[in-house]
Design a protein around this ligand. Structure first.
Ligand SMILES: NC(=O)c1ccc[n+]([C@@H]2O[C@H](COP(=O)([O-])OP(=O)(O)OC[C@H]3O[C@@H](n4cnc5c(N)ncnc54)[C@H](OP(=O)(O)O)[C@@H]3O)[C@@H](O)[C@H]2O)c1
Length: 270
């Protein structure tokens, strides 16, 4: 297994490339010689990342889009085709979380999260995967989380979304076996990015609730994901501690684990 080799008319479409893990994935792909097409809402930030990518000698362009908007998602295929490009690598990285218990949630915010974290992933896979399979060449990296391995009280919708992404990606990997297409779920533990700000959490609260040994840098997470995609691994969990904890979470009875997680979650403190 390997990534489709770079070519002038071939691109890596990276969602959520305007900050954090998505920026690092885009730059790591550019460093490895792949042209990149960057998607997110904030055009200025995307342009900065595109300029950094071009410094590696590849082409890079930006396609601003709100992935919570179904029409905007549907338009991406044509916008890429108008650039004369085919998507050889698709990275579904854009994501966000709400915070707090479901009984205090705001329905609009919950729906927007599900549109980006769940529906957009399925939407873009179902739009771009068929051509990859026809060409017998392509790669899809879906960014899940270690939140996928157990229910997450305090971020119930987010944990459920990431469990969807993990299960969906594992199933797709089974479907495309032998087609020349590789599919990987990247499951990071905590990473210092714009994620906490977007969630409205202060950094001290989240560092207090999660031990220092679990935190990984965004660039290490990006390298781990792209290496796994290149090797054809179905699931990648960056960091030894996160891999061990994901295994423990799988084994522990949820009746024990969920109350423990609820006690420590900053979103459930009064
Ligand atoms: N940070 C962590 O601890 C952590 C841990 C595990 C998994 N993850 C996952 O990693 C992925 C990247 O998160 P991050 O940590 O890098 O957070 P981040 O810095 O907040 O980046 C999130 C990205 O998603 C984009 N995005 C959000 N809503 C969007 C929308 N409606 N339309 C288009 N783009 C949208 C943002 O761009 P715009 O605001 O410009 O639209 C931004 O580029 C997410 O899927 C997240 O769930 C993060």
């Amino acid at each position: 297994m390997s990534l489709p080799p770079p070519a002038p008319d071939r691109t890596a479409l990276v969602t959520g490339a305007s900050s954090g893990i998505g920026t690092e994935i885009a730059l790591e792909l550019a460093r490895r010689g792949h042209g990149v097409t960057l998607v997110a809402r904030r055009e200025n930030e995307l342009e900065f990342v595109a300029a950094e990518a071009r410094a590696f000698g590849v082409r890079a362009e930006v396609l601003p889009a709100d992935l919570a908007d179904r029409d905007a998602r549907a338009g991406l295929w044509d916008r890429v085709a108008e650039l004369g490009l085919e998507v050889g690598i698709l990275v579904n990285n854009a994501g966000l979380s709400t915070m707090g218990p479901v009984h205090r949630s705001e329905p609009g915010a919950e729906m927007r999260m599900l549109e980006v974290d769940v529906v957009a992933v399925a939407d873009l896979c179902s739009r771009f995967l068929p051509a990859m399979v026809r060409r017998r060449r392509g790669a899809v990296l879906n960014v899940a989380s270690t939140a996928a391995f157990q229910p997450l009280p305090g971020q119930a919708g987010y944990g459920g979304s990431k469990a969807f992404v993990l299960s969906y990606t594992r199933a797709m990997a089974g479907e495309v076996r032998g087609t020349g297409v590789t599919v990987t779920a990247l499951c990071p533990g905590p990473v210092q990015t714009g994620f906490e700000d977007a969630m409205g959490v202060n950094h001290d609260d989240s560092t207090d609730s999660l031990p220092a040994f679990m935190w990984e840098s965004a660039d290490a997470v990006a390298r781990c994901g792209i290496d796994a995609l290149e090797r054809g691994n179905t699931v990648a969990i960056p960091g030894l501690a996160n891999r061990a904890l994901a295994n423990v979470s799988n084994l522990l009875p949820k009746s024990l684990l969920v109350p423990l997680l609820a006690m420590r979650h900053p979103g459930l403190r009064d």
